[in-house]
Design a protein around this ligand. Structure first.
Ligand SMILES: *[C@@H]1O[C@H](CO)[C@@H](O)[C@H](O)[C@H]1NC(C)=O
Ligand SMILES: *[C@@H]1O[C@H](CO)[C@@H](O)[C@H](O)[C@H]1NC(C)=O
Ligand SMILES: *[C@@H]1O[C@H](CO)[C@@H](O)[C@H](O)[C@H]1NC(C)=O
Length: 452
């Protein structure tokens, strides 16, 4: 916090506006009474400085201002801008961006309030508010997780746009969340069900970052290094075959972890377990197998204990993998019920995500299923932006693509009426297209009729 504290002693904030210029970035740092403007060309820099010299006095709000060209490459990202600013202040940034959170659309007074909150969240290394932006550098990548979780648990999150400057990656099993209690907002501000996840038996082997937690507003997803969702299982570890034969672990449900970030489908996961179902059908595909791509795990409800233990025994002798990627297998020891409807599936999956379905009535009429072609995070963000521009939604869930060609995130809408508004996939921007130039199909939950 050192730098920020020192800057705070300089008062008399002002900022600089440059009009009639095709500027692309405009940022001001009130604490040091400077503004940085990214100009489109060298020529425009030259013209601006020449014009400023020609004027007798160039003032802004009564204060004389001067222009200087900086001998630096244009920073291409907020992270680049942050390191540049810190360099100007003689601070060397060692972090690669994964401990840095950049918040846009935040006023100076909101930054001040957030600073108080950060005392609770803890482990802040530097706090740098700009006029409508804020950089927060945490002491470690594990500490930065907590800010995203804190936002995700707010009842009424402000319109801040939260970016983690680099998606954290772990090559082996991720560590448990650090200081999880400190990520909880005060009870007055938090959603009623706010809790930190229960991770009773440690992080399952093979669960590697990034994981993504949902935010209520754009960009909708925040990457974390630790899993911040419920883990209701335990590793099969080295249970011997004999033990498996006699011991029923209380349920016939298996959790698979270690899924890749993308490049697989719901069907690929289903193929791993298909042979253990005596009569697999569409219902098996839709409801006995839940794939949660943002958490890189899947759940399989086997028809009975024999099928479940056969699967595990086969795995012990020949470990399963998906696209050459080894998966880990865990018994789910907490009760989970298998339900055959979209609403119940949504409720079950939301609970696993350490989220809840809102208490509003008529969930059936408020669920919107949007099919997209690719499980990629950026496509999901684009689709959610489009959905939000049409009607507000309270939460969403991303599932594996159960339809052979598509991948649905499911949105819980705030109003029944929103079903009328999303008419067709032509409302979606071109970026959401797949390689064949097809836009995501847009499909309403059953009973609503297809809109696409
Ligand atoms: C910026 O914040 C305001 C509230 O302070 C909010 O109304 C607005 O939607 C936000 N803008 C964006 C682009 O999120
Ligand atoms: C089984 O695994 C546990 C830890 O997972 C270990 O402590 C124990 O020694 C192992 N037992 C055998 C027989 O390998
Ligand atoms: C949504 O629909 C349900 C049942 O059809 C109705 O009881 C409820 O009032 C509706 N809510 C809104 C916000 O229209």
């Amino acid at each position: 916090m050192m730098a920020a504290t020192r800057w705070r002693t300089l008062s008399n904030c002002w900022f600089l506006l440059v009009s009639n210029m095709e500027t692309t970035i405009f940022t001001s740092v009130p604490q040091i009474r400077m503004a940085f403007v990214k100009m489109p060309t060298m020529e425009s820099v030259h013209n601006l400085i020449t014009k400023a010299r020609g004027e007798e006095r160039m003032t802004f709000k009564g204060a004389k201002i001067s222009f200087h060209a900086l001998g630096f490459d244009n920073p291409s990202s907020p992270y680049g801008f942050y390191t540049l600013l810190m360099r100007l202040m003689n601070f060397h940034v060692t972090d690669d961006g994964s401990s840095l959170v950049y918040i846009d659309n935040i006023s100076l007074s909101e930054s001040k309030d957030l600073r108080e909150t950060l005392k609770k969240i803890g482990c802040v290394k530097n706090f740098l508010p700009l006029l409508n932006k804020l950089f927060i550098e945490f002491e470690s990548v594990y500490d930065a997780d907590r800010l995203g979780v804190w936002y995700s648990l707010l009842k009424k999150p402000p319109g801040h746009i939260l970016h983690r400057e680099k998606t954290p990656i772990s090559s082996c099993t991720s560590p448990s969340p650090k200081l999880p209690e400190q990520a909880l907002p005060d009870s007055t501000e938090a959603v009623t069900w706010a809790t930190v996840p229960s991770i009773k038996s440690g992080i399952p082997q093979g669960s590697a970052a990034p994981f993504w937690i949902p935010l209520k507003s754009s960009p909708y997803l925040f990457p974390t290094i630790s899993p911040w969702f419920n883990i209701p299982g335990r590793d099969i570890g080295n249970h011997s075959k004999k033990l498996l034969k006699v011991k029923n672990f209380g349920s016939n449900i298996i959790m698979l972890t270690g899924l890749q970030e993308s490049f697989y489908t719901h069907q690929n996961v289903a193929q791993l377990v298909w042979q253990y179902f005596p009569e697999p059908g569409i219902q098996t595909l839709y409801y006995n197998i839940i794939v949660l791509p943002l958490q890189r795990r899947a759940f399989v409800f086997f028809p009975d204990w024999t099928a479940c233990s056969n699967f595990v025994q086969d795995h012990v002798s020949k470990p399963i993998s998906l696209n050459g990627n080894a998966l880990s297998v865990h018994f789910v020891t907490e009760p989970m019920s298998l339900e055959f409807s979209e609403e119940m599936l949504y409720k079950t999956a939301m609970k696993l995500c350490n989220a809840r379905v809102s208490e509003m009535e008529a969930l059936e009429e408020r669920l919107l299923c949007v099919e997209i072609n690719e499980a990629a995070v950026h496509v999901t963000q684009i689709v959610l932006d489009v959905v939000a521009s049409i009607a507000p939604f309270v939460s969403f869930l991303m599932l594996g693509n159960r339809n052979p060609k598509t991948e649905p995130p499911t949105c819980e809408m705030a109003e029944n009426d929103s079903k009328l508004v999303l008419h067709s996939s032509s409302d979606l921007p071109d970026v959401a297209m797949n390689e064949e130039g097809e836009k995501p199909g847009v499909e309403m939950d059953k009973d609503m009729g297809l809109c696409s």
